[in-house]
Design a protein around this ligand. Structure first.
Ligand SMILES: Nc1ncnc2c1ncn2[C@@H]1O[C@H](COP(=O)(O)OP(=O)(O)OP(=O)(O)O)[C@@H](O)[C@H]1O
Ligand SMILES: O=P(O)(O)OC[C@@]1(O)O[C@H](CO)[C@@H](O)[C@@H]1O
Length: 319
């Protein structure tokens, strides 16, 4: 059955201030050639891509009251239902400096302070949304005031309600959230390496690390490998696990910011559409590969994604 509805949760959104420059001179003057400021944050980026693809999106999390206008405008443009809890202060501004060789320096700020009262309000809203939704994408870092354990508890409760939680976070939040059995996680290779506490310098090691997580009861482990593509371990039960590896062609990189969020959105869309796994993987890989040729996220040309999808190579990871 086709299901178009999804909730994205961004506990710590951001306005991204992106500057393109020839090269960054750390500790010295750098001249930005072109700049833009746009509403973002991992869950918001996922929502934007899903909405461009045609999903019925509801967005929630915590948003600072002082600078909400750009977010409200984006949600209106996306036709998304705005269920963000408003909190005192301003949503953070994260700085992204993109050099002409494609290298990105991310300077991420801590974000607003969330009170206990706002958290209680958020919980109420989240579980109301669970009455009418199956898919939840929880993406990004935690603001001050929200502990990794609290976040893990939300995943656990959604899991117990039979919801499909797609979880993309890092550091302590990722480690705590894993215990709550999200339905799909998408670490990049560095995050996976940090999680298992060892370098993952070849595919086999990546595979072993992902298998260890699957053994703990996570059905889908998607490991993003930047320009090298995507490895996916899907395990519907202990006996049936499948490894797939998709590689994109070489792309002209403008900015990689949001590529991971676009990949998450592609996976979610494939599931919402009821596609077979290979179709979902090649589509999501093409979608994210194309995303690196632009600043910000969004799908402006679906035909270009479908053409690129035909150029995605599928292998088993050990080959
Ligand atoms: N240079 C590239 N060329 C082609 N595809 C790319 C490139 N960089 C990223 N991608 C695609 O985007 C996906 C996600 O990228 P990456 O592994 O960098 O995620 P990430 O580290 O979570 O990104 P971010 O946090 O910046 O959004 C990759 O798996 C790949 O499909
Ligand atoms: O602090 P987090 O939530 O880990 O990351 C936030 C962020 O870097 O992620 C997005 C790109 O993935 C950006 O839009 C945003 O600034």
């Amino acid at each position: 059955m086709m299901n178009n509805k999804v909730v994205t949760i961004t506990l710590n959104p951001a306005l991204d201030l992106t500057g393109s420059l020839n090269s960054l001179n750390v500790g010295n003057l750098s001249l930005v050639e072109k700049g833009s400021l746009h509403p973002a944050g991992k869950g918001v980026n996922v929502a934007k891509v899903l909405s461009d693809l045609g999903a019925d999106v509801t967005v929630t999390g915590f948003l600072g009251r002082d600078n909400e206008a750009a977010f409200k405008q984006l949600f209106d443009d996306m036709n998304a239902k705005d269920e963000f809890i408003r909190v005192e202060g301003a949503t953070r501004i994260n700085v992204k400096l993109v050099e002409s060789n494609g290298q990105v320096s991310d300077i991420n700020f801590p974000g607003v302070v969330v009170t206990e009262q706002a958290i209680v309000e958020f919980e109420k809203r989240l579980f109301e949304l669970a009455e009418s939704h199956l898919y939840f994408v929880l993406a990004g870092s935690l603001p001050q005031g929200v502990t990794a354990e609290r976040c893990a508890n939300w995943i656990e409760r959604l899991h117990q309600l039979g919801k499909r939680v797609i979880f993309d976070s890092s550091r302590a939040a990722l480690a705590a959230g894993l215990v709550s059995k999200p339905w799909l996680i998408k670490p990049n290779d560095e995050e996976l390496s940090e999680l298992v506490g060892q370098p993952l310098d070849n595919t086999q090691k990546c595979q072993q690390a992902a298998q260890g997580l699957a053994d703990k009861g996570i059905e889908n482990i998607v490991v993003s490998l930047g320009s090298k593509g995507v490895m996916w371990l899907s395990q519907s039960d202990q006996k049936n696990s499948t490894w797939r590896y998709a590689q994109p062609p070489k792309m002209q990189v403008v900015s990689t910011v949001g590529a991971g969020d676009t990949l998450v959105a592609g996976f979610c869309w494939g599931y919402l559409q009821g596609w077979k796994e290979e179709q979902t993987l090649t589509f999501a890989t093409a979608l994210s590969a194309l995303a690196v040729s632009q600043v910000g996220v969004g799908v402006s040309d679906l035909q270009a994604v479908l053409s690129l999808q035909e150029k995605i190579t599928l292998n088993s990871p050990s080959s």
